[in-house]
Ligand binder design. Structure first.
Ligand code: TXA
Ligand code: MG
Length: 336
């Protein structure tokens, strides 16, 4: 089966396309749709068979839980065991938007969605196409990023076609996604709360409301340090096919590029000339593009770990095959 791709206006999506997509979701099918972060691969979150199709299409391991997307707080509340005041506060401030909240789940949320965990990750997206789809379908939609597991997340419908083009019932194409990195995942079941994944909502903005928020780090800082100037060594995530090498400044990148070229390596360099928001918007597309050009080594200068820069650094470290660093309070890397 080849997926149908339907173009929709990103601001005011066509009614018939949205209705068609909503009908597919209600019937237990798969729809890829744009959010303000990246494209998602959606299925009816309360239908275990539909959810299993997501794992099969992405070749995603069964232990990795999915985010459930909701139309509004009214749809979110019955999915939780208990509605926490902190949930109300954060959703009130940041929804719709790039913040995913992890909360204890209600029994009606199937184990397939949460990978057997007692918690569920909830997000209300801001993108008009995602919002229209959730309203029309009138059901919670489980959706991971619509890439093949382990590939960079899709920021354009073309990326979805590349990775999953024959495994999705419908792809809604609204052009490039506005933010380009995934949502921030915040765990509200731990006290104090922990950022499980930095993303589109900055740590600084969360801390204005919550006070100090810590950042989960999955491997040691020593491993993160080895990710600089060297090939990756742990399991890759968000990974292009090339080796990724990271630098704190343009000069060290330039001398490494010279060295590699003298050794006749095909070098690809990520364009970091804009601000961190621009880099966030284009990073995944750039990694895919450099792969397509058959770069053997991809070089990139890391943005400072502030604002969306923290999320961009996280994705780059993962692309290099190391998990995220854990910055200290003064913004310095603990690597240093
Ligand atoms: O921006 C986004 O978050 C995009 C768009 C489509 O909404 N979605 C996305 O989903 O990036 P995915 O599946 O690629 O990443 C979801 C992350 C994973 O790291 C997963 O482990 C974590 O959220 N997650 C989901 N449910 C969780 C839970 N109950 N507890 C802890 N982490 C959870
Ligand atoms: Mg993903």
């Amino acid at each position: 089966m080849k997926s149908s791709v339907v173009r929709v206006d990103p601001q005011t999506p066509q009614r018939d396309a949205i209705e068609r997509a909503a009908a597919i979701l209600r019937a237990g099918g798969l729809v890829a749709f744009p959010t303000e972060t990246v494209y998602g691969l959606g299925a009816h979150a309360l239908d275990p068979n539909a959810v299993r199709k997501i794992f099969a299409a992405k070749q995603r391991p069964g232990w990795d839980p999915l985010i459930v997307h909701v139309r509004d707080l009214v749809m979110a509340r019955p999915l939780m065991k208990r509605v926490l005041p902190q949930f109300e506060l954060l959703a009130g401030r940041f929804w719709p938007g790039a913040l995913t909240l992890v909360i204890n789940k209600a029994p009606q949320v199937p184990a397939e969605v949460t990978a057997g965990r007692p918690t569920v990750a909830l997000r209300m997206p801001r993108h008009p196409v995602a919002a229209a789809l959730l309203a029309a379908a009138d059901l919670p939609v489980a959706a991971p990023s619509a890439n093949q597991f382990g590939r960079p997340s899709p920021t354009r419908a073309e990326h979805v076609v590349e990775d999953l083009g024959d495994r999705v019932d419908l792809i809604l194409d609204a052009g490039p996604t506005p933010m380009g990195v995934e949502s921030t995942v915040l765990d509200l079941t731990q006290s104090p709360q922990v950022i499980l994944r930095p993303g589109g909502v900055s740590r600084e903005d969360l801390e204005k409301i919550l006070g100090e928020v810590s950042l989960a780090s999955s491997v040691s800082d020593e491993l993160a340090a080895k990710g600089l100037h060297g090939p990756g060594m742990t399991t890759k995530h968000y990974a292009p096919r090339a080796t990724v090498e990271l630098f704190e400044d343009a000069r060290s990148q330039a001398s490494r590029a010279d060295e590699l070229r003298r050794a006749a390596k095909r070098v690809g360099i990520v364009d970091t000339s804009g601000n961190p928001e621009q880099l966030a918007r284009t990073l995944f597309a750039q990694l895919r593009e450099l792969d397509a050009q058959e770069a053997e080594v991809i070089l990139c200068v890391l943005p400072p770990p502030e604002g969306v820069g923290l999320a961009v650094r996280d994705r780059l470290l993962r692309a290099a095959g190391v998990a995220a660093e854990k910055p200290t309070r003064d913004g310095q890397d603990s690597r240093e």
